[in-house]
Design a protein around this ligand. Structure first.
Ligand code: FUB
Length: 462
């Protein structure tokens, strides 16, 4: 059963996984390592982020996660990596998969780090707990075995992604799960054992995984990853949320607070820090990033007067469902040194053809035909592109013509049945063709005499 999560994920990703681009999407908290699955905690003046650590090689097809890092900040903008403060090796009974954890302060003043780990062979996930005397540890196994395992009555189909919440009366609650199997339980004051039985909360529509619980103005909030087609493209996930007047529910679904991101997985941490609320999450936007080389980022979050949450504006703009460009690496025959090739697949929707606010690809002062290209690590079925041309009203103008080509395994050839390759300004030009299955798609761009050409955004769809 536990195998299915990885297998299903891998199957879902097989057509879409790949490396993302160094684009203008939200700044990662670090580019020194790949980070994922953030949890946030405020202690005194400091914002702590507890993250997973993606170590998959470029083009890897599954998670490689061995330890967790702690990042600190005093302005929610600049983060310092305090290093790997917990690792699989801290749990003698676990062997792999340092997945999404969360830290909570206990009534005894110690810090408890709840983490899913592989404790029972490939694909089998348990939840363990480590303890430390400070938010930076050092942390040690607090229990000597799993807090939640498959032998826990009514446990989730996949026991991962714990979120731990302490109510005003001191009662601690833990939610966790995946595979649509959300579970909840009270914890004892010792933070390392369950108080009562595991319950299945109701009303949490389309729950997939990654719950995050918090309370605001007497209302309980549960944000979580959902992967239904109403909010995300196949294989991707959005963040929905529900509210309740009781910490164990019943819950009422309230909508989407974060659209899908550039990585297939999506994982929220919502926290108030110095009077501002934030959504901390991960995407695939760091240089060389991808679905298994993710990076944690942070954006502001706002509440409406009625307590509902506004959808988070992802720095760099939301992604377009189904846009295969998000998982491609861009190449070109030539780009001016001051321009940004990565701008073409950063997911931004330009205001007009002169909108350089998120960067642009431009090839001034070359004239004639230049090309841009997307490469994926595995073949994609592609039948449509959308191109937003850059026109700076100076040396770069709208092109005279364009032609889509694909790599057929030995050469670049024109795509079959191509419709007119539009060259209009201030809009996305849609070009369709008979579907091709390829790892590389190329757009040949021919300039008008005396001008160079540029592209603000180039999308590709199956
Ligand atoms: O990072 C491994 C898993 O991917 C996490 O446990 C899930 O929340 C998803 O982000």
């Amino acid at each position: 059963m536990r195998r299915r999560w990885a297998a299903a994920l891998t199957a879902a990703l097989v057509l879409i996984l790949g490396t993302a681009t160094p684009a203008n999407a939200g700044a990662p908290i670090t580019t020194a390592i790949y980070t994922a699955d953030p949890a946030a905690l405020v202690v005194g003046d400091t914002l702590y982020l507890y993250t997973g650590h993606d170590e998959a090689p470029a083009g890897g097809t599954n998670f490689v996660m061995r330890d967790w890092h702690v990042f600190t900040s005093t302005d929610a903008t600049n983060f310092t990596d305090q290093g790997a403060k917990l690792s699989i090796s801290n749990f003698s009974w676990a062997g792999a998969d340092a997945w999404a954890g969360e830290v909570e302060r206990g009534a005894d003043g110690k810090y408890y780090w709840y983490v899913p780990v592989n404790g029972n062979g490939a694909g089998w996930m348990d939840i363990g707990v480590a303890v430390g005397d400070s938010p930076l540890g050092p942390f040690r196994d607090a229990k000597g075995g799993p807090l939640i395992s498959d032998s826990t009555p009514n446990s989730s189909p996949l026991n991962i992604d714990p979120t731990v919440f302490t109510d005003d009366d001191g009662q601690v609650y833990m939610y966790w799960g995946s595979y649509y199997g959300l579970r909840a339980a009270k914890l004892n004051a010792n933070m390392t054992s369950l108080n009562g039985s595991v319950v299945t909360p109701s009303g949490v529509s389309n729950f997939w995984e990654a719950p995050w619980m918090f309370k605001r103005n007497g209302v309980y909030y549960l944000a979580y990853s959902a992967n239904d087609s109403a909010c995300s493209a196949p294989g991707y996930a959005c963040i929905r949320y529900a509210t309740a007047s009781n910490p164990l529910g019943p819950w009422t679904h309230r909508g989407v607070v974060l659209d899908q991101v550039s990585s297939t997985t999506n994982h929220p941490a919502i926290i108030e820090y110095k009077g501002q609320w934030y959504m901390v999450y991960h995407n695939a936007a760091a240089p060389g990033g991808g679905n298994f080389r993710r990076s944690v980022t942070i954006d502001k979050l706002y509440f409406n007067a009625d307590g509902t949450m506004q959808k988070v504006v992802q720095t760099g703009g939301p992604t377009t469902p189904g846009n295969l460009a998000a998982s491609a690496t861009p190449y070109t025959s030539y780009v001016s040194s001051w321009e940004t090739l990565g701008a073409i697949n950063d997911g931004y929707t330009p205001a007009n053809s002169a909108d350089h606010s998120h960067g642009a690809y431009g090839n001034w002062d070359h004239q004639g035909t230049e090309w841009i290209e997307y490469r994926w690590p595995s073949a994609q079925n592609i039948s449509r592109i959308q191109t937003y041309w850059f026109d700076d009203d100076q040396g770069i103008d709208l092109p005279a013509s364009c032609q889509v080509q694909y790599w057929n395994g030995s050469a670049y050839v024109n795509v079959p049945g191509q419709s007119s390759c539009g060259v209009a300004g201030n809009t996305f030009n849609t070009t369709t063709f008979t579907s091709v299955n390829t790892t590389r798609l190329r757009l040949n761009i021919t300039s008008k005499s005396g001008f160079s050409t540029g592209v603000l955004e180039w999308r590709a769809f199956s």
